[in-house]
Design a protein around this ligand. Sequence first.
Ligand code: SF4
Length: 315
Amino acid sequence: MLETIYLANPRGFCAGVKYAISYVETAFQENPETPLYVRKEIVHNQRVVEEMKKKGIRFISELNEVPDGATVVFSAHGVSPEVVKEATERKMKIGDATCPLVTRVHKKARNIKDTHQIIYIGHKGHDEAIGTMGEANMHLVESPEDVEALQNKITNEKPLTYLMQTTLSVEDTKNIVKKIEEVFPYVEHPQKDDICYATTERQDAVQKMLESVDAMLVIGAENSSNSVRLCQLAKKTRPASFQISKKEDVDPKHIMDSKIKILGITAGASSPQILVDEIVEEILKHFPNATVSLFPESREDTMSFKLPKELLKQY
Ligand code: SF4
């Protein structure tokens, strides 16, 4: 029977997600007469998107869904230059809510695109990977095996280096970088890797909890890269760990069948605290005697990004 719930800290919203949400909400409030479109989910969380829709903010998948001259905000994951080009040509007013830490990787890509061959460590099809890879010609790798397969594609013409998605597993990425070094010993290592502080800190917090819990529950959407990584990390040592995105997904049978007495809970960087509260409440309906507290070794996420003065611009 479940006895204890420990909440991880830091968990949930990171500085980049708070920035993107605040960007859209502020732009919407400042321009009440203009329809505001957001390209793609502002962050990978349905709850956040639904709340915004209720306020009147509109969501689109691609720019061809809106008229020329429309006002469009790009999501936290960033966009490729192709998208900016189309928006510019069609005289759209643009807001760029890309997390500054993703923008940093785009800038790095632009700086080296003519001088280097670039390997991009990331997940195929993820919005961030699509956006960053649009900046330059890059070779996508998702695993050490993908690195092996690049042997015939990398030439001697230019130096070789690599960039990465911000929400990767720290451990898995180390293995991929090790493989790159092994296959291409002349590779130029960047001064700093691109996995962001939020991803690293949330994975560290889970890692520290694993010795003290029977399983971790990760709250986050299936398409949230950092949530998926947190669950994969937890499952390595606590196989009963699981990921859900809403209270309706709480399955007391899994908790009972897996004999979970101590459950750790964390949330991906795009999951709001209200989801954590609702899910904890739902679990307590089934296990009313369980206690809930912060994991003792936790700490706050104090990072924040300031919004630019001008949110919507004609490029
Ligand atoms: S997870 Fe990292 S890169 Fe992504 S929005 Fe948050 S701070 Fe930015």
